[in-house]
Design a protein. Structure first.
Length: 401
């Protein structure tokens, strides 16, 4: 493999906090961010959600945005917040035309704003302010708003492959750099909480009203979350040339599709096995080289059984693994990028992040997740898994440089 791709900057906002440092501290203190809804207007106030602890007005105020003048959706506000942190860390970097790609991921666009505007007009003709929000249904609305806010003129693309979206965005950016199309790529994703999402997952009977329990025999579904995260990718030689800090190397990746079912993975773990195996092959690594797996781990019946079996078949009982979704909830299109940053945190801090709320081993597995923060554990290679509806599977491998 030629052209080593490295990560030189990140930006993140999640239920754990705004910014890398707040997320880091909450992870290292094993403090989850799940709460009952505060800002989402829903009948289901008994749900535990990974809601960002800032209102739209607070998010906009921190960005110097007047929502009265330009009604940004919550999705865009989260994305701009995460991008601001990333760009502030590279504020001396000049993005020349045609050298930058911005690959964003999203699933439901500005549905959070559309449904708020729709409610008062249910029995009336749709007109007035509602019309201003029609375009926010587009998943690309946050992509455009981010580039407009920062006056960037990159190659842009918006990826929507359900819960693997932002992991696929990272792969797309890496490929563009390797093919010489751009010098750098900012990749990640964003999603905001909406009634549409909550009710959709409730209809699938995939939501737990209590904090989720990934890989537990008594698991009963996921907790939904929201957030945004972006990573800047570039060639190692370019990063070294400008003296940029290198956070990690993207040493391997793969995406595959088992096409087993519209919303369920193949029960034998075939899809997860294929993508992890191919990612290892791409990175020229063996299963014994992997020190930690940040699992997709949604705490749903199908996912955890499928992913757990795949991990067991490839790695046996020799690799520590955990899901960090009990910290943030399942942030959908943002999940892959958020958990990629968590994987980099594990590498940077030489720690294995805990799988909170685990009590009872699954009958299908002989392996169990790591349940407490493990410190002073030298890590060299970490896998981050993201699996989406339709059997869309992605594995990313991050390594120390």
């Amino acid at each position: 493999m030629t052209d080593t791709i490295v990560i030189t900057a990140v930006g993140i906002i999640s239920a754990l906090g705004a910014g890398y440092q707040e997320n880091l501290q909450q992870l290292l203190q094993s403090k989850p961010g799940l709460k009952h809804p505060r800002f989402l207007q829903t009948l289901h106030n008994d749900l535990m959600l990974g809601e960002v602890k800032l209102s739209n007005d607070s998010l906009a105020g921190n960005l110097g945005i007047s929502l009265a003048e330009k009604p940004y959706t919550r999705t865009s506000l989260l994305a701009i917040t995460a991008m601001k942190e990333l760009l502030q860390s590279v504020n001396d970097l000049h993005f020349a035309p045609d050298t930058l790609a911005f690959i964003n991921a999203n699933t439901v666009g500005g549905m959070c704003s559309v449904e708020d505007m729709y409610m008062p007009f249910i029995s009336e003709e749709k007109e007035g302010d509602f019309i201003n929000y029609i375009d926010t249904l587009d998943c690309a609305e946050s992509t455009k708003n981010v580039t407009d806010y920062f006056s960037l003129q990159p190659f842009t693309a918006t990826i929507s492959t359900a819960c693997s979206s932002s992991s696929n965005a990272i792969i797309a950016g890496a490929k563009m750099i390797r093919q010489g199309l751009v010098e750098r790529a900012i990749c990640g994703g964003c999603d905001a909480m909406s009634r549409y999402t909550v009710n959709g997952f409730l209809s699938l009977k995939n939501v737990d009203k209590n904090p989720c329990r990934p890989f537990d025999q008594e698991r009963n579904g996921l907790n939904l979350g929201e957030g945004a995260a972006f990573l800047m990718l570039e060639k190692k030689e370019d990063a070294l040339k400008r003296g940029a800090p290198i956070l990690a190397k993207l040493s391997g990746y793969n995406n595959s599709n088992d096409a087993y079912h519209p919303t369920a993975p193949s029960p034998d773990g075939a899809g997860a096995m294929k993508t992890m195996t191919e990612a290892l092959k791409y990175a020229n690594l063996q299963p014994t080289d992997i020190d930690y797996i940040n699992a997709h781990g949604t705490a749903t019946l199908n996912n955890d059984a499928s992913e757990g079996q795949a991990i067991e078949k490839i790695f046996g009982t020799n690799v520590p693994f955990s899901s960090t979704k009990p910290f943030t909830g399942h942030t959908l299109a943002a999940a892959g990028a958020i958990e990629a940053i968590f994987s980099i945190i594990a590498l940077q801090e030489n720690c294995i992040l805990p799988n909170l709320n685990f009590e009872k081993p699954m009958e299908e597995l002989t392996i169990t997740p790591v349940t407490t923060l493990t410190k002073n554990k030298p890590l060299h290679h970490v896998i981050s898994n993201s699996f989406g509806f339709g059997g869309n599977n992605v594995s990313l491998i991050f390594s120390k440089v």
